[in-house]
Write a protein that binds this ligand. Structure first.
Ligand code: GLU
Length: 500
């Protein structure tokens, strides 16, 4: 048997270190076994998927030095590798399920489902679909579809008994069917859901081993059932532990930068980041902490993966990166600095920002220090302002960050419009509104134009600095909850204003 592994990221948002982590383990296993590693793009959520995010995934993985044998960009014998291009394929399998009575058409409205859910919650029951449309007559179904009534397709799930399956790291697992919902397989827009698409694609693409995050364990019964319905063999399952913040919570960008691009732009070396990810839940047989990806391939052993939640710790990563930097010879070090930031392409982005402001070339350095390098560590005193109080400062940074987190295109005009409407919604003078953002980004009250700075730094570094500023201002968990609430009101007002 040829081992075939895959990662299946959804192109929504930044390329996540969790995706890189899964990619590394799937890649290492496939390479060691002389097999193939496939990259599939799961873009069935049309509203959230973007081409930029897909490109960023390719760039992040390539920067890390991980290569895939098949994928949307490189092609391969099992394509297309983008789920949005596989609709006819799924339709054929759904028709099979409907025909065999393993799936049914459901016309329930959102209102009915919401009411059902509320009822079940009130009765402290597991919330799940109640089978209302399970026994509609075929004629009735045809009539309603022909009349254009909105509908989804759900899978039939046994009411009783247990689903028993095997996970390579956890052994036998048994879950009651009563915990599995009659999952929607095809949405009202005709797109398959993750559960249908993942099963069909893993089978058709010949995937033999699924190494993915443990958050998918609860979905396995649905996948097992679909495999049974189709008469297919289940691939081997290996659910890897989730990366965690130092406080043990699931790794989140609130507490840790999670975008691979952030680590690249901060000047981490790809081999150091990859090495660090290799230490997450895995170790070399000799427990050595520094190893290359080739070393990892040579020594890789699935059974050495531990299921305890590995901590993604910035301090440890920085230490490891330092080890790698110190081991470079001078020429290599210089080449890395060039590849990182100090190169002509970056300089030509910077010059237009400073040319009008310098008298000597050496004036350039203090002007751009925060754009090329880390900005100084912030203190609450840095935010003292003649009219703004701490509460205003915190609100501006928090709400701007919340808005930026949803911004799709990082363009000057969009950033400007975003800040202007937020300042309006907060009823603040634009100049005052911008002050906390200047400090958070540059560490100074006066710096190069804010919007140019945001564009130069890019989304990841900018957002990380705003997040760090909230830390520096000692925003507690409780205060954050209050801010989230206040922001929800502002966001509603902004949305209403936009639709006017
Ligand atoms: N699209 C899913 C994700 O991004 C894939 C999960 C899987 O590997 O099955 O997490």
């Amino acid at each position: 048997m040829t081992v075939r592994t895959r990662i299946a990221p959804s192109p929504t948002g930044d390329p996540h270190v969790g995706t890189a982590y899964m990619a590394l383990f799937n890649w290492a296993f496939a390479r060691q076994q002389g097999g193939q590693f496939v990259l599939r793009i799961e873009d069935t959520d049309q509203a959230r998927s973007t081409a930029e995010s897909e490109t960023a995934i390719y760039e992040a993985l390539s920067w890390l030095g991980l290569t895939w044998d098949e994928g949307p960009d490189v092609g391969g014998p099992h394509g297309p590798y983008r789920q949005s291009e596989r609709r006819e394929i799924y339709a054929k399998y759904v028709a099979e399920l409907l025909e065999a009575g393993h799936a049914f058409v459901c016309f329930c409205t959102k209102e009915r489902l919401d009411a059902l859910r509320a009822e079940q919650l009130a009765a402290k029951q597991t919330t799940r679909y109640d089978g209302h449309c399970l026994n509609l007559s075929p004629e009735d179904v045809q009539k309603r579809i022909a009349a254009g009534e909105e509908h989804v397709i759900r899978m039939v799930v046994p009411a009783e008994g247990n689903c028993v399956f095997h996970d390579r790291l956890r052994g036998e697992i048994s879950m009651p069917w009563a915990q599995s919902d009659m999952q929607v397989l095809v949405k009202a827009d005709g797109m398959p859901t993750y559960h249908l698409a993942v099963v069909v694609d893993d089978h058709l693409m010949g995937i033999t081993h699924i190494l993915r995050g443990e958050e998918w364990l609860n979905s396995v019964p649905k996948h097992v059932l679909l495999h049974q319905y189709f008469g297919w063999e289940m691939p081997e399952l290996v659910h890897l532990p989730l990366l965690r913040n130092p406080d043990q919570s699931k790794l989140s960008k609130r507490k840790n930068p999670t975008s691979v691009t952030y680590y690249r732009d901060e000047g981490y070396l790809p081999e150091a980041l990859l090495n660090y990810l290799g230490l997450m839940g895995w170790s070399m047989p000799d427990e050595r902490e520094q190893f290359s990806k080739e070393d990892m391939v040579a020594a890789f052993d699935i059974d050495r993966i531990s299921t305890g939640g590995p901590i993604f710790d910035q301090t440890k990563l920085a230490w490891l990166n330092g080890q790698y930097l110190r081991n470079l010879d001078v020429d290599e070090f210089a080449a890395r600095v060039g590849a990182w930031m100090v190169n002509e392409a970056q300089l030509s982005r910077l010059i237009p920002l400073v040319q009008e402001r310098v008298e000597r070339l050496s004036d350039l350095v203090p002007l751009v220090d925060y754009l090329l390098g880390a900005r100084k560590a912030l203190e609450p005193e840095d935010f003292v302002h003649k009219t703004l109080v701490r509460e205003d400062v915190v609100k501006v940074i928090h709400h701007t960050l919340a808005e930026l987190d949803q911004l799709r295109s990082w363009q000057r005009d969009d950033l400007f419009a975003l800040c202007q409407s937020l300042a309006g919604a907060l009823d603040m003078k634009f100049r005052d509104f911008l002050f906390p953002l200047f400090v958070a980004l540059s560490g100074r009250a006066v710096a190069l134009p804010l919007f140019d700075s945001l564009v130069f730094l890019g989304a990841d570094l900018s957002r990380a600095r705003l997040r760090d500023a909230l830390e520096a201002l000692n925003v507690s968990g409780k205060e954050r909850k209050r801010l989230d609430k206040a922001y929800a009101d502002v966001a509603r007002a902004l949305a209403a204003a936009r639709s006017d």
